[in-house]
Ligand binder design. Structure first.
Ligand SMILES: C[S@@+](CC[C@H](N)C(=O)[O-])C[C@H]1O[C@@H](n2cnc3c(N)ncnc32)[C@H](O)[C@@H]1O
Length: 109
């Protein structure tokens, strides 16, 4: 099965997402070995209503620093990074598309 073809039902599996993100970062002078979370701000919230939806959900669920949150379908992990920064809670993230799974997680927090 080839990613992004009609035989692969996963619309996110283009196989080029990570490569494109890394190229955009490189072309904008970012070092892939020393990324700051802010370097990924431009694509952190890839869902309807963006950060507004994230903040609303956090408020509704009354997430606190003592909570452990699971982000299923986390993409590149923008929401987990945001929750850790803003709330201080623990976040586990999973995504079934290898090419969107958190690039350089170790260097972005
Ligand atoms: C629209 S993107 C949102 C990414 C991220 N939550 C964000 O807001 O930036 C949807 C993501 O969910 C993932 N996904 C969809 N269905 C999934 C499933 N059943 N298990 C794990 N990941 C899934 C896709 O691979 C894709 O990365």
């Amino acid at each position: 099965m080839t990613a992004g073809t009609s035989s692969d039902p996963n619309p996110y599996a283009t196989g080029t997402t990570r490569e494109r993100i890394e190229r955009a970062l490189h072309d904008n002078g970012r070092s892939l070995d020393a990324l700051d979370p802010a370097d990924l701000d431009f694509l952190e919230e890839f869902h309807i209503l963006g950060r507004l939806a994230t903040d609303s959900l956090v408020q509704l669920a009354e997430v606190t620093a003592e909570d452990r949150v699971l982000d299923a379908g986390s993409g590149i992990g923008g929401t987990p990074r945001y929750l850790v920064r803003q709330i201080g809670c623990q976040v586990a993230s999973v995504d079934f598309t290898p090419s969107t799974a958190t690039p350089r997680a170790g260097s972005t927090g």
